[in-house]
Design a protein around this ligand. Structure first.
Ligand SMILES: [Ca+2]
Length: 196
């Protein structure tokens, strides 16, 4: 086996274990996503001139009572390592929620499950600053969800609450495949040849 063939095998192996990302919102809904709300809540493209940081189009979520607003992603959890990532911007109060499964079961992201979600890389809580963008990551399998995530959104009681959301994507890291293992063994061959 020539060195170039070995390198090709390594590259193929690496590709077979690469993560796959699906973008559900990037300035507009994509890949089957849609603005989503229930009851009196609304989910719309934020009007130009809203007081959010930056000029990039994003989703405006308005809750006037407990009904939720967010984005419908309808993503199948196909790998043990499936992460939902989104930029979130909170004007004042409210909680993050997922709906999942055939019954659209509601799950709040809170202190009881914050081993499975982070804000700006830290275990999830609601102490993050208002009126600024933050990065939310949710490890779906760690929440015990194994079938479908329908929506990611917010709920807020009391007076009118506003959030913004942008750059929603889901990243899946598949299990290493047979080709991945072949790639790793080729790497071993290459290493032995270099030492020889
Ligand atoms: Ca945007």
């Amino acid at each position: 086996m020539k060195r170039s063939q070995i390198l090709a095998a390594v590259a193929l192996g690496a590709a077979s274990v690469a993560q796959a990302s699906v973008v559900f919102f990037d300035d507009a809904p994509k890949n089957g996503a849609a603005y989503w709300q229930d009851g009196s809540a609304t989910s719309v493209l934020a009007p130009a001139g809203e007081p959010f940081a930056g000029a990039s189009p994003c989703i405006k979520l308005t809750m006037t009572a407990w009904p939720q607003a967010g984005v419908y992603i309808n993503t199948t959890v196909s790998a043990p390592d499936t992460v939902i990532e989104a930029q979130i911007y909170r004007v004042d109060a409210g909680d993050l929620h997922l709906r999942y499964g055939g019954g659209w079961t509601d799950m709040a992201l809170d202190a009881t499950n914050n081993n499975a979600w982070t804000i700006d890389g830290q275990p999830g809580d609601y102490s993050f600053s208002n009126n600024a963008w933050h990065t939310l990551r949710v490890d779906v399998a760690a929440l015990g969800i194994t079938d479908t995530v329908n929506t990611i959104g917010m709920a807020a009681g009391g007076s009118t609450r506003v959030w913004y959301m942008d750059n929603v994507q889901v990243t899946s890291v598949p299990e290493p495949t047979a080709m991945g293992l072949i790639g790793l063994s080729a790497l071993g061959v290459l290493g032995r040849r270099r030492r020889a």
